[in-house]
Design a protein around this ligand. Structure first.
Ligand code: ADE
Length: 285
C-alpha cells in the first residue's frame, strides 16, 4: 500500500485549453485567488476531477484564451499551486517546432533533455521568496524529465498503438518571437531536436518541488531552418496542433490510467525528495 495519495497535474499548452470539458469526470474548479502561493497567482482556474479513478488537476499554462505570454507565465506559482493541492505527478503538453528531418509535422515526441536558451525568467523556487523553500538548491538536471514518467508515456503510446518518438532534446527560447534562420540553425548545431518557449523553467521548478514530471511534445512546424519548407507562423502551429490534438489527449488519458495502475510510487517520490534535500546548500551548514 502506498503512503502517498497520487494526484496528477496536467499542464496544457497551446491548443489544449478546453481539455477540462472533454476529459474530466466529476469536475470542480478552484479559482486562482483561492490558491495560496508565495509566488503569486497561477495562470488560471485549476480544474479538478478524475480520469480512470485517478485524481487529476488541470491547469492551462497560458491562462484562459491564451493571454499570458511565455515570459510572463508564472511558472513558480503554477507548480507551487499544483503541489499545494497535492499533485505528486505532472504531465505537460507542449507545441514545438521541429529541428530535425526525422520529426515531421504532427509527430509526438517524449523529450528526455533540454537546452535552456531563456534569459528573463526566475528558474528556482529557492530564492528566498518563500519560507516553504529555504536555502539555495542546486538541483541536478540529468535526468531532466523523470524516467518513470517517461516510461509511463512510452507504455501509453504502445498501448494506444500511436507513433510517438522516444527521446529528444527541446531547445527552449525566450520568445514570444520565433527564431531567425540563423538562430534556428544554431539550435540544431547545439543538439536541439525540438524548439519551444515553455519547458524551461517549468521542468526544473517541478523537480525542485519534488513532483515527478514528463512532457508530451507535438511538432507543429519546421521553425525556420529548413530551406524546402515554410517558415513557422502561428496559423500553421495552431492548425497542425488542432489536427493532432486528439493524439495528445489520448496520450494524457492513457498515461493517467497507467500512473493509477502502478501501485508503487513511494520510492520515486521519496528519492526525488531526498535529492532536493541533498541539493540544498543550507543543509550542509
Ligand atoms: N512552438 C511551436 N513551434 C515553435 C517554434 N518554431 N519555436 C518556438 N516555439 C514553438
Amino acid at each position: 500500500m502506498s503512503i502517498y495519495k497520487i494526484k496528477v497535474g496536467i499542464i496544457g499548452g497551446s491548443g489544449l485549453e478546453n481539455l477540462a470539458n472533454h476529459i474530466l469526470k466529476s469536475r470542480t474548479e478552484i479559482l486562482p485567488q483561492d490558491i495560496k502561493s508565495d509566488f503569486g497567482l497561477p495562470s488560471g482556474k485549476i480544474f479538478l476531477g478524475t480520469i480512470s479513478g485517478v485524481e487529476v488537476a488541470l491547469l492551462s499554462r497560458h491562462g484562459p484564451d491564451h493571454k499570458i505570454c511565455p515570459t510572463n507565465v508564472n511558472y513558480r506559482a503554477n507548480i507551487d499551486a499544483l503541489k499545494s493541492i497535492g499533485c505528486t505527478h505532472i504531465l505537460a503538453s507542449t507545441a514545438c517546432g521541429s529541428l530535425s528531418e526525422s520529426i515531421n509535422r504532427g509527430q509526438l515526441v517524449i523529450p528526455d533533455s533540454f537546452l535552456d536558451r531563456t534569459h528573463s525568467r526566475i528558474g528556482t523556487l529557492f530564492d528566498g521568496t518563500s519560507e516553504k523553500y529555504p536555502g539555495v538548491c542546486h538541483v541536478p538536471m540529468e535526468p531532466a524529465f523523470h524516467p518513470a514518467m517517461i516510461e509511463v508515456l512510452t507504455q501509453a503510446h504502445k498501448e494506444l498503438g500511436l507513433d510517438v518518438k522516444n527521446g529528444g532534446t527541446i531547445a527552449v527560447i525566450e520568445g514570444p518571437r520565433f527564431s531567425s534562420k540563423a538562430e534556428s540553425k544554431a539550435l540544431r548545431l547545439l543538439g536541439g531536436d525540438l524548439v519551444n518557449m515553455t519547458t524551461c523553467p517549468e521542468v526544473c521548478i517541478a523537480k525542485e518541488a519534488g513532483i515527478l514530471y514528463a512532457a508530451i511534445a507535438m511538432a507543429t512546424d519546421y521553425d525556420s531552418w529548413r530551406e524546402s519548407d515554410d517558415n513557422v507562423c502561428v496559423t500553421d502551429v495552431m492548425t497542425v496542433f488542432k489536427k493532432n490534438i486528439n493524439k495528445v489527449t489520448d496520450m494524457i488519458v492513457k498515461a493517467v490510467e497507467i500512473i493509477g495502475r502502478r501501485q508503487d510510487w513511494d520510492k520515486d517520490i521519496d528519492e526525488l525528495k531526498d535529492l532536493i534535500v541533498s541539493s540544498n546548500c543550507s543543509n550542509f551548514n
